[in-house]
Unconditional design. Structure first.
Length: 278
């Protein structure tokens, strides 16, 4: 380690120090959130502050799961995030393959419209989309939370780059062997673009999990709330127990941290592969 530091250029050394410092500054709020969830409410505001709880108080988490339907909120978040992401990956991969490998009239114009849709903020569609959901009687339902999130063009834009990197010779060899288009897509092309599928899965899962505005509008009852909406409702309660609120925020954010820790290399590999062109 010392030899590496000696042979390191001054600029690289300074850059590494700044990166480490930035990482510490970004992780500190999350560290403070977790440690505060094991304190009492008075311990959070104690001066000088306690950087590590002297005694772990688990009552905050017990009250959270006993006094609130936190397990139901967690199930709602997992169900909505998984189903939405699977539908997005399926629809986006089919559309991206068509834009990349198939020839049809209006292909470039249609893809340009897809790209243009990325530039329109989601909040602009909130009111008309909510009116449509009410007309179809989908409020306070899983379908009302899932279907609008499937209509996204980001996945098509992301996966098209991966499909473009696949040589056309693979598709042509499959056709020479008598394979149909769907067989070529599933058995020949999809295994090659798996890193891209993984990257889209993680990005979309995190996006849906962290969604608050749309899920808040759709969830009318307490049992239909997701973790994000349920945690926000706890934050709005007139309660002096901030440690209890910290426990709720920890439960809502911890799954996303674990996903990035365990799937970081797959995500990085997918994004890197999508940037490589032949």
């Amino acid at each position: 380690m010392k030899k590496k530091l000696k042979h390191m250029e001054p600029f690289d050394l300074i850059l590494n120090i700044l990166v480490c410092l930035g990482a510490v500054l970004n992780l500190f709020p999350f560290y403070w959130l977790i440690t505060s969830s094991f304190k009492t409410s008075a311990g959070i505001f104690k001066m000088p502050p306690e950087w590590f709880p002297p005694t772990f108080h688990y009552k905050n988490y017990i009250d959270l799961f006993v006094g609130q339907p936190a397990f139901r909120w967690a199930f709602n978040s997992i169900w909505v995030s998984v189903v939405t992401t699977l539908l997005v990956v399926t629809c986006s991969s089919l559309a991206a393959y068509a834009f990349s490998k198939l020839e049809f009239k209006g292909k470039n114009i249609l893809f340009a419209l897809f790209i243009g849709a990325l530039m329109i903020p989601k909040e602009i569609f909130i009111v008309p989309l909510f009116q449509i959901i009410l007309k179809f009687n989908l409020s306070d339902s899983y379908m009302g939370m899932i279907l609008p999130n499937v209509a996204t063009t980001f996945g098509v834009f992301l996966l098209k780059g991966f499909f473009d990197s696949v040589p056309d010779s693979i598709r042509e060899s499959g056709r020479l062997d008598g394979a149909k288009e769907m067989t070529i897509f599933i058995k020949l092309i999809m295994p090659i673009v798996k890193p891209g599928i993984g990257a889209l899965f993680i990005l979309n899962f995190v996006n849906v999990w962290n969604d608050y505005l749309w899920q808040m509008l759709i969830a009318r009852s307490k049992d239909m709330m997701t973790l994000m909406v349920g945690t926000a409702s706890i934050m709005q309660e007139i309660s002096p127990n901030y440690a209890y609120k910290m426990a709720g925020a920890t439960v809502a954010s911890l799954p996303m941290l674990l996903i990035f820790i365990f799937f970081q290399r797959y995500f990085t590999k997918g994004i890197t592969m999508g940037a490589v062109k032949e």
